[in-house]
Design a protein around this ligand. Structure first.
Ligand code: C2E
Ligand code: CA
Ligand code: CA
Length: 593
């Protein structure tokens, strides 16, 4: 029964299984090694003995006096060498109480001499013995013992290397991900009750590593990766195998009841650094994620996937260590599902539509324009808000396709309204990825011209200010839009970025004050003071100022008193479908002359 075996014992049995199996090329090399051993030491016969539960297998035999391929375990000479855990030599077996009753000594082929050296795996476990026998008694000098030890070392190293081909990470020389998967598989035995933990460590920020490689060369990065593995092992003081599963990512399988609770890893992993050269050290920001599992309960791929999920949670939330969290994993899966589902909607599947929210001039109560906002009706998940799916799309090329969809839908609507005598400009929201597209402004201008509309009927709301400011392409894209005659609004002013000197770097017409800035305008005096100064300053700089998210009459009146130009918000109207907007517009215009 394998259920109660230690991890090492399982590794040993797995190694024995591998060695027992016939493998032509490997066995031929082993054959040459046993022959060389016999010849060098001047002993007639040599072979490799492998022991399992009840059988001894003779592998790569050279000049056996009888055609034996396996024997009963209890008749194996090498039991003595295994028990002694060292080289065992018997000059004359007939005179030795350990061997004299052995059937191969008492009967044919009447073996008289035995020398056996244990073969060890890298973990130190004995997986077989390199044996020499003779049908005559022999003296075996200490020099011969030393040679036998060397030969056994060579055979062990050969076997290790042979079985590790494809299982070793070439840079760190640690066992790799394939090996980890195999080892996880080895833990799976029917009825296993023990729980384990797979822990993953992320030690390097890949973009930074590429920067280093770019300026100092790949060797420096490879040295760093090796340093990291060593440091990790030293710091953690674990004896479990460390695997290298991806560049800068390491893994350990440990008992789930291991003495180092994950929380304590914090102290262990803090303050580590790796050398770039003699002068420069870089701080390692190590994150770890782990998952507990009972072998057999999950397959190895799923175990690793969960550990990766935990690791990414830790990295994403800037935590040192995080356990696998099913809820967060489910959300991640749903994100992926949404992303996957989205594509057909961009190509005609019904479910995407625009809603429009009016913007009102405070001076005269007129509607100055509309903001187009995307909506997605999912057949199973219902109405999904843009805050939920746009951040997902932004990481993909689908974002450009969505913006194009919005542009076409908005322009088609503007055209329809124009035909009905409604001449209101519509603004669309664009982020850094759109603004950075080389021909974005030209393509937009072409689409407007193709519909016979003036550019003044389309406005651009610029999202992601900080990222736009960091991108020369995006800033350039904004300039081109401005040159083409589009009105540019800066969205979400008052969130994030606090240095307002940047405003002059962007060609802006309208500044949209974020709702967070104005929502306590009537209840908080300090907020009133801030908004008042912000509006004065923006007006002094000649911007049109629009306040977003105005929900009540009090805020509306205050903003008017403070000299704000326009408002947008639930107080006047939520975003509406085109048809509803027309109705709203009819009512509003009747009421406001
Ligand atoms: P945003 O551009 O700041 O849009 C304003 C958001 O505030 C809209 O949310 C709108 O429905 C909501 N809102 C309007 N009035 C009020 C109010 O009085 N009170 C409150 N609490 N909220 C109000 P929505 O439509 O969910 O859009 C959220 C964000 O998603 C937008 O923020 C924008 O950043 C993004 N987004 C929406 N449509 C698009 C699009 O077509 N393209 C891109 N790139 N982003 C879009
Ligand atoms: Ca907006
Ligand atoms: Ca906004």
């Amino acid at each position: 029964m394998l259920t109660n075996l230690s991890h090492d014992e399982k590794k040993r049995l797995a190694a024995i299984e591998l060695l027992k199996a016939d493998e032509h090329d490997r066995d031929e090399i082993l054959g040459r090694m046993t022959r060389l051993t016999g010849k060098t030491l001047g002993i007639a016969t040599s072979f490799i003995a492998i022991l399992d539960g009840d059988t001894q297998y003779l592998k790569a035999p050279y000049a056996l006096p009888a055609p034996v391929t396996e024997t009963r375990r209890e008749d194996a000479f090498c039991l003595t060498a295994v028990a002694a855990d060292d080289i065992t030599v018997c000059a004359d077996m007939r005179l030795d109480p350990r061997f004299r009753d052995n059937p191969f000594v008492r009967g044919a082929p009447y073996v008289r001499f035995y020398a056996g050296a244990p073969l060890r795996s890298r973990d130190g476990v004995i997986i077989g013995t390199l044996c020499l026998i003779d049908i005559q008694p022999r003296l075996f000098t200490s020099e011969q013992i030393a040679t036998l030890r060397i030969m056994a070392g060579l055979v062990s190293a050969f076997l290790e290397a042979w079985h590790n081909i494809g299982y070793i990470d070439a840079v760190t020389l640690l066992p790799n991900r394939q090996r980890l998967m195999n080892d996880l598989r080895l833990l799976q035995t029917p009825g296993a009750v023990r729980r384990y933990r797979l822990m993953l460590f992320d030690c390097i920020d890949m973009p930074f590593a590429y920067e280093i490689a770019r300026s100092l060369g790949m060797t420096v990065v490879e040295d760093m990766l090796r340093d990291m593995a060593t440091l990790l092992r030293l710091k953690l003081e674990w004896h479990d195998t460390l695997y290298s599963v991806a560049t800068g990512r390491y893994a350990v399988i440990m008992d789930d009841d291991s003495p180092i609770p994950p929380a304590e890893l914090n102290d262990h992993l803090a303050g580590l650094s790796a050398h770039i050269n003699t002068q420069i050290n870089i701080d390692l920001h190590i994150s770890a994620g782990y998952v507990g599992f009972a072998p057999g309960e999950l397959d190895p791929t799923e175990i690793l996937r969960r550990a990766v999920s935990a690791l990414h949670d830790a990295i994403g939330r800037k935590k040192r260590v995080m356990a696998y969290d099913a809820a967060s994993d489910a959300r991640q899966k749903e994100d992926f599902r949404l992303l996957n589902d989205f594509y057909p909607y961009l190509h005609g599947k019904p479910g995407l539509y625009l809603v429009f929210q009016p913007k009102i001039a405070l001076r005269n109560g007129r509607v100055t324009g509309l903001e187009a906002l995307i909506r997605w009706q999912h057949p199973a998940l219902g109405n999904i808000t843009p805050d939920r799916f746009i951040p997902l799309l932004e990481k993909t090329t689908l974002m450009a396709a969505l913006t194009d969809w919005v542009i076409n839908a908005a322009l088609d609507q503007v055209k329809q309204w124009s035909a009905k005598g409604i001449h209101l400009p519509v603004s669309i929201n664009v982020g850094v990825s759109d603004l950075s597209r080389p021909h974005f402004a030209d393509a937009l201008a072409e689409k407007i011209t193709a519909r016979g509309l003036p550019p003044a009927l389309l406005g651009i709301e610029c999202l992601e200010t900080e990222r736009v400011l960091e991108s020369a392409e995006a800033l350039h894209g904004l300039e081109r839009l401005k040159q083409r005659g589009f009105t540019i609004s800066l969205d979400d002013f008052g969130t994030g970025y606090s240095n307002i000197g940047y405003l002059r770097k962007m060609p802006l017409d309208i500044i949209k004050l974020d709702r967070s800035l104005i929502k306590t305008l009537t209840t908080d005096k300090a907020s009133h003071t801030i908004v008042s100064h912000v509006i004065s300053m923006l007006k002094a700089l000649d911007y049109t100022v629009l306040a977003e998210g105005v929900e009540d009459a009090g805020t509306f009146t205050s903003l008017r008193a403070l000299g704000c130009d326009e408002v947008q918000g639930f107080y006047h109207s939520p975003p509406l479908t085109a048809a509803h907007l027309e109705t709203w517009l009819g009512h509003y215009q009747t009421a406001h002359g």
